[in-house]
Design a binder for this molecule. Structure first.
Ligand code: PEP
Ligand code: MN
Length: 307
């Protein structure tokens, strides 16, 4: 059976499992992605303010996340939407890493920015809209940082693997694949979550595979269900948008979980992780803190700061 898949993906041989290469483990700080631990990356869509980022980092860490996400360079569907804080955002991410101990994943959109982003980030995110930007992939490969490669919204699994192969070809074996939903005729959700692609990629490729239920769903109500599906499909981790006050978020608020919603999602994943023989997320939050009202959870977070 595996042979048939290998024929189908013959163009990207280095991405495929073989007797010699069964699983790539990407190492970031003290973490292993694609190893025995299920790794959740969480944080806001965009870095907005110091207090927004610090409150989120502290909360998601105690709720069991191991990596902080947050965009400083934002690819937006509208050219008039918030484009990100750039260098200022990267500096805030570095401070959040210092304070929380979480590793940082953040998007890089142009090849010229790769050295700068690589200076601050532990993992470079290549967004959906950039998946086929081969000069960016090449520059990201040369940065020496692990690369989180998101599936393009109109990319097939073969297209995704072609882009991964490009990074491997340029000498960087630390690639993490990410299913984040694709465009179909269905419009009720922002994208269509292709859970089968996770199962397929886990079967054919040795690269770690994570899922982004937030961009797939586009609605926060659906995020926990898609996260559970991702665990059941065999994903190695998640990338989830979390914001102290999603309704005031500068980007992607509709699909961002608040702190209580994130806590619930993480707790709901335990039995699904157990079915796979994986340890539950390491949560430090006390019972009292879990699901506490949002206004308490944000502490000194200023509403005014997010306009
Ligand atoms: C993001 O992670 O905020 C993002 C822009 O994702 P995508 O590239 O999948 O749209
Ligand atoms: Mn987003």
């Amino acid at each position: 059976m595996l042979e048939n898949w290998h024929e189908q993906f013959a163009e990207t041989p280095d991405c495929l499992k073989s007797a010699l290469r069964r699983q790539t483990v990407v190492r970031v700080l003290d973490l292993e992605i694609g190893g025995d631990e299920f790794i959740t990356m969480a944080g806001p869509c965009s870095v907005e303010t110091e207090s927004q980022l610090m409150a989120t980092a502290s909360h998601v860490r105690r709720a069991g996340a191991r990596i902080l996400r947050g965009g400083a360079f934002k690819p937006r569907s509208s050219p008039y939407a918030f484009q990100g804080l750039g260098l200022e955002g990267l500096k805030m991410l570095a401070r959040a890493r210092e304070e929380s101990g979480l590793a940082i994943v953040t998007e890089v959109m142009s090849e010229e920015d790769v050295p700068l982003v690589a200076e601050y980030a532990d993992i470079l995110q290549i967004g959906s809209r950039s998946m086929e930007n081969y000069s960016l992939l090449e520059a990201a490969a040369h940065s020496g940082r692990p690369v989180l490669l998101k599936r393009g919204m109109v990319a097939t699994v073969a297209d995704l693997l072609r882009s991964a192969q490009c990074i491997l070809d340029h000498g960087n074996p630390q690639v993490i694949l990410c299913e984040r939903g694709i465009r179909t005729f269905e419009t009720a959700m922002r994208n269509t979550f292709d859970a089968a692609s996770i199962a397929l990629l886990k079967q054919v490729s040795h690269l770690p595979v994570i899922a982004d239920p937030s961009h797939a769903a586009g609605h926060r109500d659906l995020v926990p269900a898609l996260a559970r599906i991702a665990v059941a499909a065999g994903a190695d981790g998640l990338l989830v948008e979390v914001h102290p006050n999603p309704d005031k978020a500068w980007s992607d608020g509709e699909q961002s979980l608040d702190f209580a919603g994130f806590d619930e999602m993480m707790a709901d994943l335990d039995p699904y992780l157990a079915l796979r023989g994986l340890a539950p997320h390491d949560r430090e939050l006390s019972q009292r803190e879990r699901g506490r009202p949002r206004c308490e959870a944000v502490g000194s977070y200023s509403m005014e700061a997010v306009g």
